[in-house]
Design a protein around this ligand. Structure first.
Ligand code: HEC
Length: 139
């Protein structure tokens, strides 16, 4: 009888270890990424990201802050939950068309579609930095 109890304890410890070691981190990772799906493929080349950073800092950072974490007039873009959707196609649409009756203007006439895609790729970097609370995020 005693022996049987020890086995049960061991099995439960193994199950708990598997859960804590593999399942829980994967679940937390997923929960951090509320719909951050790249249904529109993003550029990955260094030059594209550099251009996205340059355009973001020039055109967006004074409302959304250089680290994208939002300020007095722009919402947090480095955060994972978006009001208007955080799939890459939705972020692209928000930037291109803007949001009427808010300070978020439309950029389709002043940025090329390539530049907007580069900015979306850069926003993903800002989000990843925030998830990791990475020192690499611009201040
Ligand atoms: C004049 C200030 C201002 C500038 C400049 C600006 N934004 Fe915004 N942006 C806002 C505000 C305010 C909102 C919130 C709109 C709302 O309430 O729906 C917003 C919303 C957004 C959203 C949607 C966030 C969500 O939760 O769905 C995205 C994406 C975004 N901005 C990207 C950009 C990018 C990229 C640029 C530069 C090309 C930019 N914005 C420039 C003020 C600004």
């Amino acid at each position: 009888m005693r022996k049987h109890k020890n086995w049960l304890g061991l099995v439960m410890a193994v199950v708990a270890a598997i859960f804590l070691g593999f399942v829980a981190p994967a679940m937390a990772d997923e929960a951090d990424r509320h719909g951050m799906e790249n249904d529109m493929p993003l550029p990955t080349e260094a030059a594209a990201l550099e251009n996205g950073k340059d355009r973001f800092q020039a055109r967006c950072s004074y409302c959304h802050r250089p680290d994208g974490r939002g300020g007095s007039s722009g919402v947090c873009l480095a955060c994972q939950k978006y009001k208007h959707g955080s799939r890459s196609s939705q972020i692209y649409a928000t930037i291109a068309a803007g949001k009427p009756y808010t300070k978020m203007g439309a950029f389709a006439s002043s940025l090329s579609s390539e530049e907007i895609m580069n900015i979306v790729a850069y926003i993903r970097e800002l989000q990843e930095w925030k998830i990791k609370d990475d020192a690499a995020a611009p201040k």
